[in-house]
Ligand binder design. Structure first.
Ligand code: SF4
Length: 227
């Protein structure tokens, strides 16, 4: 590990330590753990999801429930593993409502996403990933562009504030809600998008190693050239 990588890891640990006592929004009231990140902070590929669910809240790690198991399976199908990527969420505490005595997950509200953005901003600014994969519309709307249309625009390339290349994919929790053929089709698209992200990292890494300029990637880039 070089000195820069070490300082990034140390800075991330320091930010995580501060985030663990964050009370900047109401989600702090009912959380068990602040779920900061998992995976490799030196990875050029960052995956951003929506927020922790029940299992994540209990374990303090992102994507460890059923959706996380599906993400792990899709990563392996795309030639990667959790240890190769850095995984985090747009909100670090579980969003849930108490209904009939039971906490039920809900999407984070815009003001909760906004309140949590400094933590995500700090993570992505420090890591400077070559590629960001956004899982689901809330992540893509936060990282790529507002009001992101996941069904129409997943699988296309964009650039974002933190990275020359960003792509959106279906959230594994959404895939799990689909049955039968729809499940197979949406899971296949998740694997396809993760494969595209891996190929884009390899492509951009080559340019970086040759000290060539890395220009922002746009959706006009031919997708087929990635495979
Ligand atoms: S969700 Fe984010 S902003 Fe809200 S309390 Fe948790 S860490 Fe702080």
């Amino acid at each position: 590990m070089d000195a820069h990588e070490q300082s990034v890891e140390e800075a991330l640990l320091e930010i995580e330590r501060k985030a663990k006592s964050c009370v900047a929004c109401g989600l702090a009231n009912h959380r068990t753990n602040v779920v900061f990140a998992d995976g490799n902070p030196r990875s050029p590929l960052v995956i951003v999801g929506e927020g922790p669910g029940e299992n994540e809240d209990l374990q303090g790690l992102p994507f460890v429930g059923r959706a996380g198991q599906l993400l792990d399976k899709a990563l392996i199908a795309a030639g990667m593993a959790r240890k190769h990527v850095y995984i985090c969420n747009v909100v670090k505490c579980r969003a849930a409502n108490l209904e009939n005595g039971k906490w039920r997950n809900r999407p984070p509200l815009p003001d909760e996403i906004q309140a949590c953005n400094p933590w995500l901003d700090a993570q992505l600014t420090l890591i400077q990933p070559l590629v960001v994969v956004c899982l689901g519309a809330p992540a893509a709307s936060t990282v790529i562009q507002r009001n992101f249309r996941i069904t129409q625009d997943r699988g296309k390339w964009f650039s974002c504030k933190w990275s020359p290349a960003a792509i959106a994919a279906f959230h594994p929790a959404y895939i799990l809600r689909n049955g039968g053929e729809a499940y197979e089709a949406t899971y296949g698209l998740l694997v396809q998008d993760l494969k595209a992200a891996r190929a884009k990292v390899i492509e951009l890494k080559k340019l970086k190693d040759q000290q060539q300029p890395i220009l922002p990637v746009s959706e006009t880039d031919p997708q087929m050239s990635l495979f």
